[in-house]
Design a protein around this ligand. Structure first.
Ligand code: E4P
Length: 274
């Protein structure tokens, strides 16, 4: 399973790549806002074009998703093309992120605008990451339209299941992959019993029918969800920087370091130092 870093923070992205474990980057408008605000807070004047260019350079040849902010098919296609034209020459690694269904309650986008935009961009050879996927059938249609990646939002499904059942939780709290029982019933949303279940169903459909699309498990909030994404065969997991760091932590590892360090014999150190 590949690991992408889910961040628009250049420092985090650079560190992730320096560690040699990151295979790509995903951004979204909220992540970009956070990164911009962080820079502005330090008094830095921000040239957004130069900033995004730097992210693309740091990512090298690995895919970097940049999300559109338009919501009509025409608007998303134009903006996707513009982003691609502007930034793909930097490192040939731009992927355009398109919401599977950008309809709003009170705006005029149609439910198929996302699918239309995916198809138009894919036909022009522009890779698309289809985002905001909450059902396997959304992933299926996005794959049919030619999306290179589909992003099921595991954590937000878990949030939704708990919220509807009025269960209190923190954003990073683990939600069991096999589902959560509440008053004798397993919580579910139209047959989806957890975020990992959503990822698994997407992987199953994509692989069953031989799509080239990769399932990019998104909205993962803790290391155990990363493990479970790998177990159910997600092709990629996109992770906040903190989750990548947390994947290495274990109290027994710390404890082992303490005891091994206490037992080091000086002769061994002499032998192995210059
Ligand atoms: C991925 O690209 C998504 O935008 C992201 O993983 C969402 O994560 P969140 O639900 O923790 O905000």
């Amino acid at each position: 399973m590949k690991i992408f870093i889910d961040s628009a923070d250049l420092d985090e992205i650079a560190q992730g790549f320096a560690w040699g474990v990151v295979d790509g980057v995903t951004t979204n408008p909220s992540l970009l806002k956070m990164a911009v605000e962080k820079r502005v807070k330090t008094g830095e004047s921000l040239d957004l074009k130069a900033y995004i260019t730097r992210i693309l350079e740091v990512a090298g040849k690995t895919p970097v998703s940049l999300e559109v902010t338009e919501y009509s098919a025409g608007g998303m296609i134009r903006q996707g093309e513009r982003l691609y034209e502007l930034f793909n020459p930097v490192a040939e690694n731009v992927v355009i992120k398109i919401p599977v269904n950008p309809a709003f309650k009170d705006r005029d986008a149609t439910h198929f605008d996302g699918i239309k935009a995916i198809q138009a961009l894919a036909q022009k050879g522009i890779p698309v990451n289809c985002t905001l996927i909450f059902t396997p059938e959304q992933a299926f249609l996005a794959a049919k339209a030619g999306a290179a990646f589909v992003s099921p939002f595991a954590g937000r499904i878990d949030d939704d299941l708990r919220k509807k059942a009025r269960i209190r939780f923190d954003k990073t709290d683990y939600f069991p992959a096999e589902g959560m029982e509440n008053n004798g019933d397993i919580l579910e949303d139209n047959g989806i019993t957890s975020g990992i279940d959503l990822v698994q169903q997407c992987v199953y459909i994509i692989e069953q029918y031989g799509f080239k699309t990769e399932v990019l498990a998104a909205s993962l909030r803790n290391p155990r969800q990363v493990r479970e994404s790998a177990i159910v065969g997600a092709h990629i997991a996109t992770l906040p920087f903190n989750v990548i760091k947390d994947m290495l932590k274990h109290h027994k590892t710390y404890e082992g370091m303490e005891s091994f360090t206490a037992d080091i014999v000086p002769e061994y150190v002499d032998l192995t130092s210059n």
